[in-house]
Design a protein around this ligand. Structure first.
Ligand SMILES: Cc1ncc(COP(=O)(O)O)c(C=O)c1O
Length: 388
């Protein structure tokens, strides 16, 4: 038999970092251990009941059963523009500066296909959410990493990047509030990033998936920075804000050419998200002030609890300003994967090794606060008993 081959593109994917850890987790479970999983960024809380009930009614409407097509329903795009006006004070044209996505992962992965050509340079933060790399690699772009340092609060320092590299860059991904570190960015930082993008002629894609899981003051949108619409797009999602990761609904805002290019690409690849889900997202945005705070408050109190407990156990913890992640180094320095394995074998706690988010994540682990406080307390207690 002549075996057909797979694409070289698929071979370009890095090996699944958590494979070993997954195997070890299964072994622990087989031994009857109660593994507390703090590895994956998927909220354990259900979608708020009013949203789920609204969706149930929308599902029954025949008008919602046909292909959705296009950039998202007019109702949803108007709701998105209205929400940003209220939340960030920015004005968006729902026709040209807003488009719905089937989750922000989808949009982030497809964006390089719309904005870059083979061989173009895409700058990704290090550490970062791995999907920025996936999309760029698949589209044939070249990846360069922009190091984020703890001492700079995980904000990139554009002055330290060689000018030649910035001149050659076609697209730069940013992500605040940040996964995996929990770092946040202010308007001054965004203004500097927009100025750099305009000076050197690259696109900025800012991923704001965790925009509403903040612990202090609400963070800004990059679109509030002067001239941002000339060079920037920003991604938002219902996934974390309303605990709707399974529903797959997000949106892109900003530069109309970039939003248009991604929409054109998607018109040729998908037919949009189920209308009932789009209408539910519009409902959530209108009911935001009722739906979002209880979720945010739950994660804030979990973050306080777990951060305090880890510090007490001798860990060095980066104080998160947002997100539901805790980014930390163990009391005794070691490689991320070794640390994660020790957490699993000695404490039955599953974490994500920092090295999975890029070389600069080496030495750290990321805990997802996606378990109730009782479990988090127990996890921290078990961690405090580890002998390093
Ligand atoms: C930084 C970041 N951006 C985007 C996403 C994807 O979110 P969505 O559910 O909207 O695809 C995630 C999911 O974990 C994430 O951590």
């Amino acid at each position: 038999m002549k075996k057909p081959t797979l694409s070289k593109r698929v071979d370009a994917f890095p090996p699944y970092l958590f494979k070993d850890l997954d195997k070890k987790k299964q072994e622990e479970i087989k031994k009857g251990r109660d593994v507390i999983s703090l590895a994956v960024g998927d909220p354990d809380l259900p979608t708020p009941k009013p949203a789920a009930s609204f969706a149930a009614r929308e599902v029954l409407k025949p008008a919602n059963h046909r292909y959705p097509y296009g950039r998202g329903s007019a109702e949803l795009r108007r709701a998105i523009a209205g929400w940003h006006k209220k939340r960030h004070g920015i004005t968006l044209d729902p026709e040209t500066e807003v488009a719905a996505l089937i989750g922000s992962k989808e949009g982030l992965a497809h964006l390089p296909f719309a904005l870059t050509d083979r061989g173009d340079i895409v700058l990704i933060p290090d550490p970062c959410y791995p999907v920025y790399k996936t999309g760029a690699v698949l589209s044939g772009a070249k990846i360069k990493r922009l190091r984020l340092r703890e001492e700079n609060s995980y904000l990139p320092d554009f002055d330290s990047v060689p000018k030649k590299l910035l001149d050659e860059t076609k697209l730069l991904f940013l992500n605040y509030p940040n996964n995996p570190t929990g770092a946040v960015a202010g308007l001054n930082f965004y203004a500097g990033a927009v100025a750099a993008a305009k000076k050197h002629g690259f696109w900025l894609a800012q991923d704001a998936a965790y925009s509403e899981i903040f612990f202090g003051r609400p963070g800004p949108s990059i679109m509030q920075a002067p001239g941002a619409k000339d060079v920037a797009v920003e991604f938002y999602s219902v996934s974390k804000t309303y605990c709707m990761t399974g529903w797959r609904l997000a949106w892109i805002i900003g530069n109309s050419r970039a939003v248009g290019a991604l929409s054109r690409l998607k018109d040729n690849m998908d037919s949009g998200q189920f209308n009932a889900i789009q209408e539910t997202a519009a409902f959530c945005l209108k009911e935001h002030d009722k739906l979002a705070p209880p979720i945010r408050n739950t994660f804030r109190s979990r973050a306080e609890l777990f951060t305090r407990a880890l510090k007490k156990a001798g860990w060095r913890v980066f104080a998160p300003g947002a997100t539901f992640f805790v980014w930390a180094r163990p009391p005794v320095e070691q490689r991320s994967l070794d640390c994660a394995c020790r957490l699993l074998s000695q404490a039955s706690v599953l974490s994500a090794p920092g090295s999975g988010f890029g070389p600069s994540g080496e030495g750290y682990v990321r805990f997802s606060l996606t378990a109730p406080e009782k479990k988090l307390t127990e996890a921290a207690e078990r961690i405090s008993r580890i002998t390093w």
